[in-house]
Write a protein that binds this ligand. Structure first.
Ligand SMILES: [Zn+2]
Length: 236
């Protein structure tokens, strides 16, 4: 992957945040939850929702890096199989606590999962992207007021056999990873003001790049690095 000319936002996910995203999404996918029932039986494969905390870094070239340090599951969100309702009171509380006691972290946004039965269902319509409902949901002044900047979607599907496919980008803003017999897609979106609305970047938007070094390795330089350039030794 090379950097694109119009690259504007980079969403960079730490290993710590990635572990939380994987654990929460897998738990909601694989383990039956007693209080969510269908025909009297507890259900698995439900969505999960949580809040993201980290840093905003503005680079010399004006690129913005959103470094996600923590992904914290919201335990009071209302979970269902194909939708989830966040609890705004919980988000306000978390933002207040972080601001008061851990001021080096900022509220950056949220994540939610898309659980699918199999990879075919996901791939047929690129279900690892945001749905129309997800996009409409940002249309509430609450998010802008809280400083919401990033939305992550974690899509999970089971596979009949365990696989060993390498982690890779399927789009600038989406990385695919295989873990045993689960396949996972992590897609990143940024929120910005456009006229009087607050909207997400598009699917596969060239202006946004997802960087998750613990999945893909260090694949590019944020700033040029190297002591030998054009055959000359650079001063230190
Ligand atoms: Zn969604």
């Amino acid at each position: 992957m090379t950097s694109s000319d119009c690259r504007k936002y980079i969403v960079r996910v730490s290993e710590n945040a990635l572990i939380s995203l994987v654990l929460s999404s897998l738990e909601a996918y694989s383990v039956k939850k007693k209080d969510i029932k269908e025909k009297g039986r507890p259900k698995s494969r439900i969505e999960v929702y949580g809040s993201l905390f980290g840093h905003e870094i503005i680079m010399k070239n004006k690129e913005v890096i959103y470094q996600i340090e923590m992904a914290h599951t919201d335990t009071t969100a209302e979970q269902r199989r194909s939708s989830i309702d966040e609890n705004k009171e919980a988000i306000s509380l978390k933002v207040d606590v972080i601001t008061s006691f851990w001021p080096h972290l900022k509220y950056l946004g949220d994540f939610h999962s898309h659980p699918f039965k199999n990879t075919r269902e996901v791939l047929a319509n690129k279900m690892y992207y945001m749905s129309e409902n997800d996009r409409e949901w940002l249309n509430d002044i609450f998010w802008k007021q809280k400083g919401y900047r990033v939305g992550l979607v974690v899509t999970i599907a089971a596979m009949e056999k365990a696989g060993r496919k390498d982690c890779n980008w399927v789009a600038n803003n989406c990385v695919e990873a295989t873990m045993g017999n689960y396949r996972m897609w992590l897609a990143a979106y940024c929120a910005y003001s456009a006229r009087d609305k607050y909207i997400y970047t598009k699917d596969n938007d060239e202006c946004i790049v997802l960087d998750c070094p613990s999945l893909t390795g260090l694949r590019w330089e944020y700033e040029d690095f190297g002591r030998f350039k054009n055959g000359k030794h650079m001063p230190t």
